[in-house]
Design a protein around this ligand. Structure first.
Ligand code: M6R
Length: 609
């Protein structure tokens, strides 16, 4: 998704802007650009593709300035080309960068065109620049023109603006897209993501929706849309520079897969005591809120949605609470019947997914019960909008394909299940058994990671494939879905997941000797049933790749690869079986030579609808 970085300082800000853009690369983008003020002139460089292309342009003709804004663009309105890359100018005295979507941009554009403005891009952003200029022409000062333009915009935005009319001020505004001020010594920064500021400051202010900020070298003013001053608290960002470095690993995704044992340890820290999950880990008033709930409504997108689907099996079977799981983009428009006794659980790595935020807002509007966010980014919009919070301490996840965020979400959901189940009569003995299994997770994940080399070899058999089918049953069906999502996301192989019992109702028609069928087959109550489903594949010549506890699965099959996992405790087996599927998609993508960390067309945090 788009990223913003801005700076006003006593030193040259161009290297800071470039460094910030590089740190935003993981969000996904297709072009980038920056604008600075030189004397009374705006200057700009833009390039399609990687930041290195922008750097190459800067090498040819360098820019230097004490104020500037920069942007990585992920196309929404208009193609990924240089004309559409930000910053956008109006009449060479307004430069803006923008994240979000201006819903009424066509109408605004029409009016501005009638007023004589010529557009040089297809973007919704350019209307903002011209709109500000238009208000200037009506006699307003720059701040007033900025405010008047924001008032006309329908939709979401994080906007930064500079102008030679006030060459020492950087203006910005936030509504629905994250924006952070970084505080330096005699300098200020602006970014859409704390990661972009890591090399310049840890002191940050998270702007709220409706905030307008003016940054000067030695001064910051934050107001609301009516121009009234507002106070915002300063935080110390916990992001460490080395946490977002790749180190010895070839890709962030690989690093993040191998970091999972530590991510689990960090997520467990302080949450378990004397064999019990601490209810207070969910917030000081968790006990009071949990005591009133009679149902659970989970809402999330993508991988986070798959985590929610796993949790439904745990919550219904152990906590005996009805649990519904829904994709946020569907939920928000479905007109669901409100249940004031339902705990709304939102799951999100980024905490900035627009659909999840909107769905949460919808539950509040409709009158659902209290909300709990399970999230990986502290101070994110989702965290701030929720009554209760459980942070997954996975550390920054840079690879677009979610890995450690997923397994730590699962762990968090299992801890939630235990807390809810205890209130509904789960015995201390059962809780103790689950906690023991939970505590064995880092060791068991380490063991799964030793499958890396054999999975690397296995991946060779997928290199020429165009399709793949993933099968699972019960709680492992969502794990099959997650495996399919990982494979399609980074290797571009079309992959579908089915509950294995559903094969004969249609998908079996796809199976022939060219179709790899990957099955998640742990030693549980459904293993025998799954085996019969796999026989249906075998009989049609399908190539089976089965993740199972034991190689005895092989018996009775013609073409089968069994990847032995060893015995796994049933309650944590969805978490454990995720690991080999992540490794499989990673190695297939390596062989196919795709951009593993930034797969085409995708963004890390989907901050637009
Ligand atoms: O940040 P979130 O967890 O809210 O993101 C939701 C999805 O966009 C995300 O999980 C996406 O599906 C991943 N790229 C999958 O690997």
């Amino acid at each position: 998704m788009c990223g913003i970085i801005g700076a006003v300082a006593v030193r040259d800000v161009v290297p800071i802007l470039i460094e910030g853009l590089k740190r935003l690369e993981y969000r996904g983008y297709d072009s980038s650009g920056l604008a600075t003020i030189n004397g009374e002139q705006l200057e700009r460089k833009r390039a399609v593709g990687k930041i290195s292309k922008l750097e190459a342009k800067l090498k040819k003709k360098s820019l230097s300035s004490k104020i500037g804004i920069a942007h990585t663009r992920w196309a929404t309105h208009g193609k990924a080309n240089q004309a559409n890359a930000h910053p956008h100018f109006s009449k060479d005295n307004i430069a803006v960068v923008h994240n979000g979507i201006i819903e009424n941009h066509s109408k605004l554009r029409e009016t501005l065109e009638k007023a004589g403005y010529e557009f040089s891009s297809d973007t919704d952003t350019e209307v903002i620049a011209h709109q500000i200029h238009y208000h200037l022409k009506q006699g307003k000062n720059l701040y007033a023109a900025f405010l008047a333009s924001l008032a006309m915009i329908e939709g979401t935005y994080a906007i930064a603006m500079i102008s030679p009319l006030m060459p020492d001020s950087l203006f910005a505004a936030r509504r629905g897209s994250p924006l952070i001020v970084g505080i330096g010594v005699g300098e200020y920064f602006l970014a859409s993501d704390a990661a972009a500021l890591i090399s310049v400051t840890q002191r940050v202010i998270y702007l709220e929706d409706g905030d307008i900020v003016e940054l000067q070298r030695d001064n910051m003013t934050i107001t609301d849309m009516a121009g009234n001053p507002v106070e915002r608290i300063e935080h110390i960002s916990k992001l460490q520079a080395d946490a977002v470095e790749r180190g010895e690993y070839r890709h962030y995704m690989q690093k993040e897969i191998f970091e999972q044992p530590q991510a689990i340890i960090d997520t467990l820290e302080g949450r378990i005591h004397n064999g019990r999950v601490l209810e207070a880990a969910f917030g000081p008033n968790a006990g009071e809120l949990f005591s009133k709930i009679e149902a659970v409504q989970i809402i999330a997108c993508g991988t986070s949605y798959h985590a929610g689907m796993v949790a439904r099996y745990w919550i219904e079977s152990l906590a005996k609470l009805p649990c519904t799981v829904e994709i946020a983009s569907e939920f928000r428009y479905r007109k669901p019947l409100p249940n004031p006794k339902a705990l709304v659980v939102t799951l999100s790595q980024s905490g900035e997914t627009a659909d999840t935020l909107a769905a949460l807002a919808e539950t509040k509007r409709l009158g659902f019960g209290p909300s709990l966010a399970i999230c990986n980014v502290p101070e994110s919009s989702l965290v701030r909008a929720s009554d209760l919070v459980l942070m997954t301490h996975a550390g920054p996840e840079i690879g677009v394909a979610s890995t450690k965020a997923f397994t730590t979400q699962l762990l968090s959901l299992l801890m939630l299940t235990v807390v809810l189940a205890r209130r509904r009569g789960m015995t201390a003995e059962t809780e103790n058994q689950i906690v023991t299994a939970i505590q064995s997770l880092p060791r068991q994940i380490e063991k799964m990671l030793t499958l890396n080399d054999s999975i690397e070899k296995l991946a060779e058999q997928f290199a020429d494939k165009h399709n793949a089918l993933f099968l699972g049953r019960g709680i492992h069906y969502p794990i099959a879905m997650e495996g399919a999502l990982k494979l399609k996301e980074i290797s571009y192989i079309h992959a579908e997941a089915y509950p294995a019992g559903e094969l004969k109702h249609g998908p079996l028609a796809l199976v022939d000797d060219k179709m790899p069928v990957i099955a998640v087959a742990p030693n549980d109550d459904l293993q025998e049933k799954l085996k019969s489903n796999l026989q249906e594949v075998n009989a049609r010549g399908g190539q089976l790749f089965v993740f199972a506890n034991h190689s005895s699965m092989k018996q009775g099959f013609d073409y089968i690869n069994v990847i032995e996992t060893g015995e796994v405790d049933e309650i944590i087996s969805p978490i454990i079986y995720t690991i080999p599927l992540q490794l499989l998609s990673y190695h297939v993508a390596l062989i196919k030579g795709t951009d593993v960390d930034q797969p085409r067309n995708l963004a890390k945090a989907v901050t637009v609808e």
